[in-house]
Design a protein around this ligand. Structure first.
Ligand SMILES: Nc1ncnc2c1ncn2[C@@H]1O[C@H](COP(=O)(O)OP(=O)(O)OP(=O)(O)O)[C@@H](O)[C@H]1O
Ligand SMILES: O=C(O)[C@H](O)COP(=O)(O)O
Length: 403
């Protein structure tokens, strides 16, 4: 994979460089609640601009349906990029149309433009190779060189990620190079004991990852919404908690395989429950109570791991040599259900282990709960992307950058 350093040494002054970033940031209306992903691509954009390139930045935001939708405009992200760069950033109101062509044509050396959300175009995410290819042709017309730096999206076989680099000289940006360098350490020669902490709400995505991790990790600590599919598979009552009913047989097989492979599968011994999902806007009292994990009352919903589990999880993290953490332990957005996530974050910081936090929500949780992000070994900008990398899958956006 050629990197941006090679591109810079070849010289980029006057060239139009297309940077595929992941500016898919959480928004409250038009207010960005966590700008980590914009800050993460700054080194690449800055290096190119400083070297005199005409930089065209593109990204998706959210999951619009292949047509313009103002709720998913990249305008707030473009404005924030300009603030962080300390420079004017032009914004095109479309992705490959008149506005984009004019914005790019108007760039002087060292200037930056952002084009509108890639997913406002059906060709970006199409399953049809020809349709994606046609959109990639239109993107290619905007640039002379491609730099892939949207690590959070490299697991997507989308036009700007997969098809466009085939049409232009292509290089990996600083963020992709860093992310791959760190995650490779977790796949090539991981220092053991290797503990993986999995939580969050995207249960079906993450259950598939466990299949692979059972052959790689020494310890698997389960938290978040995934817990209840495991507890149910063990025959326990789980009340009205999140559950993936169709995965119960699969989870039973995981429990057996963990035992056979000598992988320590750690489940909560107690859970924090409430009568209903908390109101995250008003933060009205969540009416939490703590119960044993094998004695959850019917009608209650599990929303965090309990105090005994926090101690247990911290002890399993304390003497690990490597820890990968993806997904909050509970509904951390509400103070009544944030303690499990806080305890795991603190345990990572207290351990001597090499620690990697992966996932948009996990990284945001760390920052929102007030932890110093620089104290962790690495905070990945990719949730699904980092998990799929660890699964050993070929990621389209990385394969496309190879020659
Ligand atoms: N017990 C639970 N019940 C319901 N939701 C939960 C529970 N525990 C955690 N969550 C929710 O999980 C969400 C985060 O899950 P997600 O799987 O998206 O994390 P992530 O992998 O860090 O993010 P991403 O994949 O978007 O990069 C949070 O909004 C949190 O409230
Ligand atoms: O948030 C993410 O994980 C990335 O930006 C990819 O977004 P997607 O899951 O909508 O493809």
């Amino acid at each position: 994979m050629k990197t941006i350093d090679e591109l810079l040494s070849e010289g980029v002054a006057g060239k139009r460089v297309f940077v595929r970033a992941d500016l898919n940031v959480p928004l409250d209306g038009t207010r960005i609640t966590d700008d980590g992903r914009i800050r993460a691509v700054l080194p690449t954009v800055k290096a190119l601009a400083d070297a005199g390139a005409r930089v065209v930045v593109a990204s998706h935001l959210g999951r619009p349906k292949g047509a313009p939708d103002p709720a998913f405009s990249l305008a707030p992200a473009a404005a924030r990029l300009g603030e962080l760069l300390g420079a004017d950033v032009a914004f095109a109101a479309d992705t490959v149309g008149e506005s984009a062509r004019t914005a790019v044509a108007g760039l002087a050396d060292g200037q930056v433009a952002v084009v509108e959300n890639l997913r406002f175009n059906a060709g970006e995410t199409s399953k049809d190779d020809a349709e994606r290819g046609a959109f990639a042709d239109r993107l290619a017309a905007l640039a002379d060189v491609y730099v892939g730096d949207g690590f959070g999206a490299v697991h997507r076989k989308h036009a700007s990620v997969f098809d466009l680099p085939a049409r232009l000289p292509h290089y990996a940006g600083h963020l992709i190079a860093t992310e791959v360098g760190v995650l490779r350490k977790l796949t090539d020669d991981v220092k053991r004991p290797y503990a993986v902490v999995l939580g969050g709400a995207k249960v079906s995505d993450k259950l598939a990852v466990i299949d692979q991790l059972l052959g790689k990790a020494d310890r698997l600590l389960i938290g978040g919404g995934m817990v209840f599919t495991f507890l149910k598979a063990k025959g326990h009552e789980i009340g009205s908690s999140l559950v993936q009913e169709d995965q119960i047989p699969v989870v039973r097989e995981y429990i057996e395989r963990a035992e056979k492979n000598g992988v320590e599968l750690v489940l909560p011994v107690d859970v924090v429950v409430a009568p209903e999902f908390p109101d995250l806007k008003t933060k009205a009292p969540g009416r939490p109570s703590t119960v044993a994990a094998d004695a959850m009352p019917a009608g209650q919903m599990g929303l965090d791991i309990g105090p005994e589990s926090r101690k247990l999880y911290a002890s399993k993290i304390a003497d690990a040599a490597t820890v990968f953490w993806n997904g909050p332990m509970g509904v951390f957005e509400h103070p009544d259900f944030a303690e499990g996530t806080k305890a795991v974050a603190q345990a990572l910081l207290d351990s001597q282990a090499f620690t990697v936090v992966g996932g948009g929500d996990s990284a945001a949780a760390v920052r929102i709960l007030g932890f110093d992000e620089n104290a962790f070994g690495h905070i990945s900008t990719g949730g699904g992307a980092s998990l799929e990398y660890l699964e050993g899958k070929t990621l389209p956006g990385l394969a496309a950058l190879e020659d």
